[in-house]
Design a protein around this ligand. Structure first.
Ligand code: CIR
Length: 250
């Protein structure tokens, strides 16, 4: 079993990124690139083979590759991102994923960002957000149902994406900000510290978590953490799940 982590370099246009809930502050390109490199080293240290999709320097949000595809063991569904400025990102990601998976495509008028999709076993949770609409959830269901997945749509309030509000941190455990999302009562829930509303985004690799240093209070509740400084990319409203697509190949 091999884990591949697809990443994409930080473009020099990142200061033109989309922003929804975060006020624009200057992003230091060198610092962002150094943090991204640290993130790739963390993936490597946790056993992933890091594979880079070519730089898209004129696409400000292209480093946030998670939004471009939903990948499960059997298929990769290429998204149609909710922000029009991001729709050009997907073609190069599809070209790489084609090596590893059967491809399916979300078509207009549906929109969906990978950040709105949380896969836990055969249950797929889709956040209905400013980026992802009901058509997006329904098309995803049609693509995944043949492989035994169920798709559950739920509204996201106050957060950019579902995975800003909840991520999986153990087989049966989620990290959650209940101000932004309801449900998940079938799981053990670890609440973010109330002073750290953005702290629910953790990237699980095997039994370990890649997790931002910025949230020390919530981090104290977590086990087996590999901490990374993700503060510069956070200014572009990105978290740790957004910067990779992790897939297993046999
Ligand atoms: C955007 O607004 O699309 C980017 N600035 C941030 C995307 C973050 N992606 C994610 O959480 N999956």
């Amino acid at each position: 079993m091999l884990r591949i982590a697809l990443t994409r370099p930080v473009p020099s246009s990142i200061n033109q990124c989309e922003l929804t809930h975060v006020a624009r502050t200057p992003i230091d390109l060198d610092a962002a690139r150094e943090q991204h490199a640290e993130y790739e080293r963390a993936l490597d240290a946790l056993g992933c083979r890091v594979e880079r999709v070519p730089l898209a320097d004129d696409m400000p949000d292209s480093v946030f590759i998670e939004d471009n595809a939903v990948v499960v063991d059997e298929v990769a569904v290429i998204t149609r991102p909710g922000a029009e400025s991001r729709r050009g990102e997907t073609a190069a990601v599809a070209d790489v994923l084609r090596r590893y998976r059967l491809l399916r495509f979300i078509e207009a008028p549906a929109t969906i960002d990978g950040g709105d999709v949380l896969v836990i076993g055969k249950r797929v949770f889709v956040g209905i957000s400013q980026r992802t609409n009901i058509d997006g959830a329904n098309q995803l269901r049609r693509h995944l149902a043949p492989f035994g997945y169920t798709v559950e749509a739920l509204p996201v309030h106050g957060a950019l994406h579902l995975k800003s509000a909840v991520t999986q941190i153990g087989d049966n455990t989620v990290l959650i900000n209940r101000q932004w999302i309801n449900g998940f009562d079938d799981y053990q829930r670890v609440d973010v510290d109330p002073s750290e509303p953005f702290a629910a985004n953790a990237l699980r690799i095997g039994d370990a978590l890649i997790y931002p240093t910025m949230f020390p209070r919530t981090r104290a509740k977590l086990r087996n953490v590999r901490a990374v400084d993700a503060s510069e990319l956070a200014k572009a409203e990105g978290g740790v799940t957004c910067c990779s697509i992790v897939l297993v190949v046999n």
